[in-house]
Ligand binder design. Structure first.
Ligand code: EPU
Length: 417
């Protein structure tokens, strides 16, 4: 197993380029099931979750070929309708194949994902929505068994804003008869990217990115080529890296508008952010000011940036209150941040972080993807050496992060444990 060794204290400088978005690429890959033939997906990040998605598609009968950041997916012979436990348990986004398989073949058998490190994460809203489209859904032996001769459009009102649920229903409804209206739909930019590829395939979708999405089903969809949007969470992580080291960096290939909530909070903390010709410059203060955050569905502050922002608040001047409102157990990084000498107390879904002047490097363990990123950030701001083990979590969602940070002047290395 690999680990990361970081010698902290370097101010980051220079330029870095953001990769394609993991959370946009996953549903986009899955959407190719709906369009039999050769699809080409570009700006694909090299990540373990992408490899898992490829394995899922291959297990269904797709032929997948990669060349650099371009992946060609031939879905002509997707004839198997079962996604097994082995695949779904390694990556819960695999459940997104349910809707497309059901829409294309009238049946699907997909393992229930189970809980994960950040919360229970049920898929009840995906299943309720598919049932509203007329699917017969049964849970047997840990699998969702779904059948429908033909899905029929319906009005679906989500109890809570769900990114995966909105994506699942948008894909299923694309080939249903009649109109589907998704109310209280999630508005994340990744949903717009998915709608864009579906529309290119021939789907009729209006309102993606708002809380009401209208989908008029069509008979068939055709294969296309599509470029995945930049990863807003990777970009946000680099912004915090500049902020926490008092650095001055330029970030290319990012969409700053996707990060408004983070930008406002970073500015409140004293970080300077400017955007010139689509190159974003981020200049950290001598010491950040304490700022409170509450995670919310988009366009609110993203839960996927909560751990990284907490690392920044660990060295802020003053006390910051951070509440996590999306996942019930997303403070696993707290006990690891304490090992750096941070002062954090947690009560329910709220963490109070009292900033300290300096963190001191320590051996720590990654517990999930974004928690791993927060430990790297703390390591960059520490005054000596940090060792992060179990970094396979990081490889699920950050493309070559240690190389990109080293390119900005960080002293960071990957070594075999
Ligand atoms: N929820 C339900 N029932 C459902 C679906 C969701 O109760 O049927 C709950 C969840 O348990 C959670 C909340 O609704 O408490 C929001 O979950 P959502 O469905 O929006 O999350 P997701 O689609 O499972 C995606 C990202 C996550 C990101 C969340 C929130 C992908 C592959 N994953 O998950 O990304 O945190 O949206 O923005 O797109 C990450 O990249 O580190 C990550 C965890």
């Amino acid at each position: 197993m690999d680990k990361l060794i970081i010698k902290g204290g370097k101010k980051l400088t220079g330029e870095v380029s953001v990769s394609g978005s993991k959370n946009a690429a996953l549903p986009i890959f899955v959407s190719t099931i709906l369009a039999p033939g050769l699809n080409e997906i570009r700006n694909v990040p090299f990540l373990r979750d992408i490899n898992t998605t490829i394995k899922v598609l291959e297990s269904l009968g797709a032929v997948v070929e990669g060349n650099g950041n371009i992946v060609r997916i031939d879905t002509t012979h997707v004839n198997n309708v079962e996604a097994t436990y082995d695949l779904v348990k390694t990556m819960r986004a695999s459940v997104l194949v349910l809707g497309p398989l059901l829409a294309r073949h009238g049946r699907a058998r997909v393992s229930l994902p189970g809980g994960c490190a950040i919360g229970a994460r049920p898929i009840n809203l995906h299943l309720k929505g598919l049932a509203a489209l007329g699917a017969d859904i049964r849970l047997e032996h840990g699998y969702v068994e779904a059948k429908a001769k033909k899905l029929k459009g319906a009005r679906i009102n989500f109890d809570i804003s769900t990114v995966g649920g909105t994506e699942q229903l948008m894909m299923a409804a694309a080939l249903a008869t009649g109109e589907t209206v998704l109310e209280n739909a999630a508005r994340e930019p990744e949903i717009i990217d998915l709608a864009e590829i579906l529309i290119k395939m021939g789907a009729r979708i209006d309102g993606a990115g708002t809380d009401t999405v209208r989908i008029t089903g069509v008979k068939e969809l055709a294969p296309v080529a599509h470029d995945v949007m930049p990863d807003r969470i990777e970009a946000g992580t680099f912004m915090v890296a500049a902020a926490i080291t008092g650095g001055d960096i330029k970030i290319r290939n990012m969409n700053l508008e996707h990060l408004d909530a983070l930008v406002f909070k970073l500015q409140d903390a004293g970080v300077e952010i400017t955007n010139r010709d689509n190159v974003v410059r981020v200049k950290g203060p001598r010491r950040p000011k304490a700022v409170n955050i509450k995670t919310r569905p988009y366009p609110g502050f993203p839960t996927d940036m909560q751990a990284q922002f907490m690392a920044l608040m660990c060295v802020a001047d003053g006390a910051s209150v951070i509440s996590e409102n999306i996942f019930e157990n997303r403070f696993m990084h707290v006990s690891e941040l304490l090992r750096f000498g941070a002062d954090i107390t947690v009560e329910g879904n709220t963490a109070t972080v009292k900033g300290v002047k300096k963190l001191s490097g320590a051996p720590v363990m990654a517990t999930d993807l974004r928690a791993s990123a927060s430990l790297i950030l703390a390591g960059l701001a520490s005054d000596n050496t940090t060792e992060i083990s179990r970094i396979y979590h990081l490889d699920r969602g950050y493309e070559s992060i240690e190389k990109k940070l080293a390119g900005l002047g960080a002293d960071i290395q990957r070594v075999k444990e």
